[in-house]
Design a protein around this ligand. Sequence first.
Ligand SMILES: Cc1ncc(COP(=O)(O)O)c(C=O)c1O
Length: 398
Amino acid sequence: MIGHEFLHAPGPTHVPDRVLRAMHRQPLDLVDARLHAIAQTCFSDLAAVFRTSGHVFVYAANGHGGWEAALGNICVPGDTVLVPEVGHFSSAWADHARALGLVTESIPGDWRHAIDPQAVEDHLRRDGAGRIKAVLAVQVDTGTGIVNDIAAIRAAMDAAGHPALLVADTIASLGAMPFEMDGWGVDVAIAASQKALMCPPGLAILAANARAVEVSARLPRHQRYWDWQPRLGEASYMKFCGTMPEGLFFGLREALDMIGEQGLPEIWRRHARLAGAVGRAVECWGEAGALSFNALRPAERAVTVTAIRTAGSVDADRIRSHARQQLGVSVAGGLGALAGHAFRIGHLGDLNEPMILGCLAALELCFLELGVPHGRHGVRAAIDYLAASRAEPMAAAA
Ligand SMILES: Cc1ncc(COP(=O)(O)O)c(C=O)c1O
């Protein structure tokens, strides 16, 4: 493939050159003070991204590892957790919990709407005995492109007067949109390096508040690698239950510097702007009836990923493989119930206007080449939207 390949999956995402360059160095001796400083500053900067004064834990693992770390610390086999269903990742998380010996209760969803906080409240009210130990809520379900209101879920738990812990999967949202761990009363939050944190895959990143850490301290120890207790001390080696994944931390340090330079509010605005552009294109493409948003309510569409359904004989996987093989643009496919019937554009992380317009234009070219019926002016609609949303700062700069 000549020229750049465009990675527009909702993770892993494009890694900035700065981060790649930062990783291109020899490992440091484990007792080197420079290594200790990198670890310490990463932990404190990550806490700032989660907006918490709680503890941060980092594992050499992926998002599934993060799920396991959270559940293994706050539950023991036989405990019950509540998983409101909102898409592939909430279902997979429930599956994962069952594989660890937990009992799951679900609030069924149609994968096209966000979690209904009232349903959470009603469900918890019926659990007068307090069997449910935790509510597992995904902030952005990457499979369906739906964003959930985590603060409203906490409010529902409080309204029910239920003592369960609130665990939020922020794997596809942290660093791209507002998340207020302490402000919203989230007890445990889970993230991963390969999404809006702009690093390669390989780090599962958790934050836990004092209440969650106390729960974990009281439970019988039934695991080692994931256990928070030995990781609470200052010693770097113990923080990682062994050798620190140094290369990834060199990259993470640089990525956190980039986040600090841009500032979270500006990063959130950029993600909202780029998502708005994608939304305008999809709206326009949908005019021909073959392509449509999976998330039915505009307010429930995530700023990090858009899931687009295909109708009738339009093969979503064909669009996806054509885009990747012929044009070097990788978008993701449909997952679970949406397999073959949807494709997903990731718009998170190190991304700017030309990159997202390149992706949208390539998809439009793809639709033309494959004969997918679509409204013809999707890219134009995206450009118009960007021009309007950028007009103010441009005028000020002139
Ligand atoms: C919301 C969400 N949760 C969990 C995961 C699982 O993460 P991983 O593939 O790194 O194990 C993903 C991955 O895309 C995700 O988007």
